[in-house]
Design a binder for this molecule. Structure first.
Ligand SMILES: *Cc1c(COP(=O)(O)O)cnc(C)c1O
Length: 386
């Protein structure tokens, strides 16, 4: 992979130590927490006993990584992350299969994206493979926290923050990478189709901006438009972009449509990554790869817009739509509200009570099968204690 310092020589970090998993120090908790009941596992409110931390200081390089009891941070009120949002994150999951193996799903892809996010924040390179080794050790240490229940998993949140305690807006001279873990139940228990508010006043991302990086700064500002959508009776926002009202993403998920296009071909369509508006989702990539593998219909990454979508709905050419991301895998969509007009998106006409379209259900089944090891696939990695 290209190094940050190769693109931006001013980030040259010299011969200082990189993250080194062989130096990992482990301090186990003396006060294990009580684990929550599966029913109480709302998304991201319970955390496990341990966390991973590694610090970087300019002209010193990376500290030895540490697995420590879960704890609060103390920081100077001037710390950079608190003022200028020098923060990026990842979202991934660990699963327990029926043989009690702990599995990750394409974790090297998350590490690669995490490094790209760090680059966008002008933070130094690190070795993503070494970080992954430390993260895997953390997951194994807290493996008892992974609920052994279908659709349950351990959400993993790697985070990177600029820690320089100074108000001057300069590239950070110190940072921290840390990883916390949270046991989670299914994001939406059964399929619950979403109503979307097609938003053309606010936008989530723009050409030349940071939509393609998982920066904390991208998400806080979506809360106000999110409230507007709720007020209109919709659960999520369909983010439109530009005068042509391009279809980009839904909430914090990638968006797919399955339709008969104008040329009369069945096509699975999602926005292309080319103009940097779209977060390159690993679920998105997995869906594209699986659907191309089926070879049953056209699979496209290209621009499409709200006009084309409305036209397809009116002409009964839209078969189904869904959002895609790690938290819910796929979320069916059944209504799009644009300027107060509701457009109904079909679910499965042969099984309306299932709450999702045929392709949506098939994708979910296949990805869950891989994640929980029911389907053998190189994307699913079994963690082993060395
Ligand atoms: C994280 C995220 C996604 C989904 O990415 P996955 O890797 O599939 O979890 C999509 N869109 C946005 C805006 C995101 O933040």
């Amino acid at each position: 992979m290209e190094k940050n310092s190769e693109i931006y020589p001013f980030l040259e970090k010299g011969e200082f130590p990189d993250i080194d998993s062989t130096k990992l120090k482990i301090e186990l908790t003396k006060n294990p927490k009580k684990k929550p009941e599966p029913d109480a596992m709302k998304f991201g409110i319970n955390f496990t006993d341990h966390m991973l931390e590694v610090d970087w200081i300019k002209d010193q390089g990376f500290s030895a990584p540490r697995i420590l009891p879960y704890h609060n941070f103390q920081m100077d009120p001037a710390t950079m992350v608190l003022h200028y949002s020098v923060e990026g994150f990842e979202g991934m999951k660990a699963y327990k299969d029926k043989n009690k193996n702990v599995r990750l799903f394409r974790p090297e892809q998350n590490m690669k994206r995490f490094l790209n996010t760090a680059k966008r924040l002008a933070l130094p390179d690190f070795n993503p493979d070494e970080l992954l080794k430390c993260l895997e050790k953390l997951v194994l240490i807290d493996a008892d926290w992974i609920p052994e229940k279908e659709d349950f998993s351990l959400y993993i949140r790697p985070t990177i923050i600029g820690t320089t305690p100074a108000l001057g807006l300069r590239t950070p001279t110190s940072m921290k990478i840390y990883v916390i873990l949270s046991p989670v139940g299914p994001y939406f228990s059964a399929f619950k189709p979403l109503k979307l508010w097609a938003e053309d006043e606010y936008c989530r991302a723009w050409v030349g901006g940071t939509g393609n990086a998982k920066l904390g700064g991208n998400y806080g500002p979506t809360l106000l438009p999110g409230m507007k959508a709720l007020e209109k009776g919709c659960e999520q926002i369909l983010w439109l972009y530009g005068p042509e009202k391009k279809i980009t993403e839904v909430g914090a998920m990638n968006l797919f449509g399955f339709w008969k296009n104008k040329d009369g071909e069945d096509e699975l369509i999602t926005a292309s990554l080319d103009d940097g508006l779209i977060l390159p989702g690993i679920t998105r990539d997995s869906i594209l790869t699986l659907a191309r593998g089926w070879g049953e219909f056209k699979v496209s990454e290209k621009d499409w817009n709200i006009e084309e979508l409305m036209e397809a709905v009116k002409e009964n050419r839209m078969y189904e739509m869904f959002g895609a991301g790690t938290a819910a895998i796929v979320s069916p969509i059944n209504v799009i509200n644009f300027h107060g007009q509701e457009y109904k998106i079909p679910l499965d006409p042969d099984d309306p009570n299932s709450g999702a379209g045929k392709i949506t259900k098939r994708i979910k089944k296949e990805i869950i099968g891989i994640q929980y090891g029911e389907i053998e696939h190189p994307w699913s990695v079994i963690l082993k204690d060395k």
